[in-house]
Design a protein around this ligand. Structure first.
Ligand code: LMR
Length: 394
């Protein structure tokens, strides 16, 4: 049997991670995988998470299974964090999943159960693993224009023109905030136009929100997701706790399915639990437990929000610094978009040759499409990066 296997294409983000580790140069700069790092280059365990772990260690009395949907305190707390009061709780079906990726996968599997002929419209570009999972599930994808590489912003006219092709029941995959890989995001009025298009066409919006709190703040980042959920008949939402709680390896995420018709909640919830059972049975609990402990306790929540806010403003500061340094070195504002982008990533618009040159000659690692992880920088490496980009011909 195993002799029939063919090699799978390498995931370019993970391959880059390995190449960085293997590079012996001491002054190398890792702007690859989307993991937050502080000024010392460390991915810290957030204070509130550490404290929650301590409390939970004292309190936990059993490792018996939770429910198939995970601990209800977790899905409830995450529904509150993402959706606020935008929709009534009895319109939301939710399950814990292994990370945000698990939620994305389960959402597509739910689509296969409900409407196997549906196509999924994805932004060009999108997170490569979206495409990979869709291909694996043999779901047809259609790319819609998204990034305007000349301005570094969103090609909104192109996007809307392409989305006119959706048929009722097709899914439109949207990034709730902090678009990965570009860093370019829709404005509030543009989100309203997308909501109107969804209602006019009968498409189903699916929102992947993996960076809530890394852009303009927890509520501001969730505002588009809330508007979509409140304004469309049905919405799928895959949310990750990896980044905003810093619990990457705990694999903590949630899939929510919102239907304005609350009569659909019970059967939707049953389908989500069924999918968990088929794919991995019970979702992991440890990270989910830490998240609900943090969100449900006033002191831990306040401390978590303060630390998250520090991470967010730190990344914004690095964006400003990089945009300024490049402005000075190039005598132009062509990298000004870096300060306008939000979240961990910016796509710089450099050619693959230039990206390779930066790696080979300057030890700067970024994804081949010139996506950089802003959190891989610090006050010392920003000027180095700016100089390297200009020296390499960017
Ligand atoms: C990224 O885009 O770098 C992150 O979402 C990590 C991953 O799994 O690809």
């Amino acid at each position: 049997m195993l002799t029939n296997l063919k090699e799978q294409p390498a995931d370019k983000i993970l391959a880059l991670m390995q190449a960085f580790r293997a590079d012996p140069r001491e002054d190398k700069i890792d702007l690859g995988v989307g993991v937050y790092r502080n000024a010392e280059g460390v991915t810290p365990i957030m204070r509130a998470i550490k404290e929650a772990e301590k409390r939970w260690w004292e309190e936990e009395t059993t490792k018996a299974y939770t429910g198939l949907a995970g601990d209800p305190a977790f899905t409830e707390a995450m529904t509150g964090l993402v959706l606020g009061d935008a929709v009534a709780r009895d319109t939301v079906a939710a399950v814990a999943t292994p990370g945000g990726t698990g939620a994305v996968r389960q959402a597509f599997e739910l689509l296969l159960l409900a409407n196997p002929d549906a196509r999924v419209f994805v932004s060009d570009p999108t997170w490569p693993n979206h495409l990979s999972i869709l291909k694996h599930l043999k779901i047809e994808t259609v790319a819609y224009r998204y990034f305007d590489s000349t301005t570094g912003g969103v090609d909104f006219d192109g996007m809307m023109a392409d989305l006119e092709q959706v048929r009722a029941g097709d899914v439109i995959l949207l990034h709730g905030c902090c678009h990965n890989p570009t860093g370019a995001n829709l404005t509030g009025p543009q989100w309203d136009d997308v909501i109107a298009l969804v209602n006019r066409t009968g498409a189903v919006p699916m929102i992947d929100i993996a960076y809530q709190g890394f852009g303009d703040g927890l509520d501001a980042d969730a505002a588009p997701t809330r508007a979509v959920a409140a304004g469309c008949p049905e919405t799928l939402i895959a949310a990750s706790c990896s980044k905003n709680f810093g619990i990457y390896r705990e694999r903590t995420g949630v899939l929510m399915a919102v239907a304005q018709d609350s009569g659909l909640q019970t059967v939707t919830q049953g389908n989500l639990a069924h999918l968990n059972r088929q794919n991995f049975s019970f979702p992991p609990d440890h990270g989910a437990r830490l998240v609900s402990l943090v969100l449900d306790s006033d002191d831990l929540r306040a401390d978590w929000q303060a630390e998250l806010e520090g991470m967010r403003t730190g990344m914004l500061g690095l964006r400003e610094q990089l945009a300024n340094d490049l402005r000075e070195l190039t005598g132009s504002d062509r990298y000004g978009f870096i300060a306008q982008h939000r979240g961990m990533f910016s796509r710089l618009g450099l050619s693959p040759d230039l990206v390779e040159k930066l790696r080979a000659e300057h030890g700067v690692y970024m994804v081949g499409d010139s996506r950089i992880n802003i959190a891989g920088l610090n006050a010392d490496s920003v000027p180095k990066l700016a100089r390297a980009i200009v020296e390499a011909g960017g």
